[in-house]
Design a protein around this ligand. Sequence first.
Ligand SMILES: [Zn+2]
Length: 243
Amino acid sequence: MGAMLEALIELQDIEHQIVDIRRQLAAKQRGVARQTAKLRSAEQTLAEGSRDLKRTQVAMDEADLDLKARSARVSKLREDLNTVRTNKEYAAVLSQLNNEKAEASRIEKRAFELMSEVETKRKAAGGHETAVQQETRRLANLKGQLEQAQSSFAERLSTLEQQRAAAAEKLDPKSIDLFNRLSERYEGEVMARVIQVHPRRQEFICDGCNMSVTAERANSLMSRDEVVTCGSCGRILHIEQGT
Ligand SMILES: [Zn+2]
């Protein structure tokens, strides 16, 4: 194999390591983003629950006030019963009294229902708060892991970038340009081996896409140190000789 193809393969080896590190970092970043969304959702549930609890508490307080007012009116009407002078007046006050009592007992029942509702919602809010704390801790954990990976990879990445630059210096700008385009397209899988399908037949395939490579291309790879690309996937071809 010629010097240029060797330099390209060296470049790809370095590229592989860079792509791998970037992939690991991207996965961690996605994890942080997913967890952030989870925390937001837990916070939203907590906020909605708290608002709902507050509304129920207000309704309960109103029912309590209403009940107090009605109880006072019931007492007042009871007193009035003792001071009325005619049967007609008595009947009128008594009917009012019975109405107020019925209303008071209805509100009392409602106040009681609201109280148990408040209790249930308060418990749920406690659960939502715990969930928020849990998701917050998980997020902090994932962020810590990402930062740790970033700092531990930073040095490795900068070394690799230097190696990459050094390897690129052995190549002409056109080859580097092609390499970079292919690397972007195939996530670092720029080079593909040409494989002879049968030892005695001039049949070759590209290891990158498994499509056939013409004997002409394969032979030119064996005889010259130049960039030959696969006619199907476009990867830069190389061939191992003497095996
Ligand atoms: Zn191919």
